[in-house]
Write a new protein. Sequence first.
Length: 241
Amino acid sequence: MKNIFILLLSFTTVSGFSQNESKIDTVAVDLLDKMSSVIGELTSVTFNLETSTDVLNDLFENERQFGTHQVHMVGPDKMAVHSRGDKGNRAIWYNGELVTYYSFDENNYVTVEAPDNIITMIDSMNAKFGMKFPAADLFYPSLTDDVLNYFDNLKYLGMKVVDGEECFHVMSSNADTTFQLWISNTALFLPKRYLFIDKKNGYQQYQGTFTNWNINIDLPESMFNFSPPANAKLISILAKS
């Protein structure tokens, strides 16, 4: 099956598509299309993302972990992500040829060759090494089609307020998963918040909230090239079997 929701599918295995009768709200489809269209036309973007992720701990209970992420992208082939939180202080650099993952906590890094565009790179790094890129799913040009193919139901739930900002609220669902998205009520239709609920794994939740969007700004190429800090150790990484 096509790996359409990297954030969720890194935690669960999906056996196939549901055969239930679909209920699709055309207003929700239009909102997803508008958001994807704007994102697809961006030449560069930066944003902050706050995430919360449920993980099963050694007591077999859902433990919520938090993170903050600073994301910089220049299409089609440059990306830098700096993440802090319960999973450590780490960063990823991608310059169109190489991807480097660096741990600030351990002062070590790994560099691997990568495809020549952001979307293919994300797919490749996730499939081979399990690298996760925050909110990557929302930047796929096929987002609307992916939602329609994967979920049985898609509905517009009206206007909601998220952190003082008016948003369009869209929800999609099937037997295994609920996906909710809040899209800012502005001319740009940028995402404000997303929420995945994994019904088959204890209703684990994965949420992210966007702030500080900057679009179509000049970003220096140097910020996408990794320079090892003093005494940093180069390590190897094994592909997933």
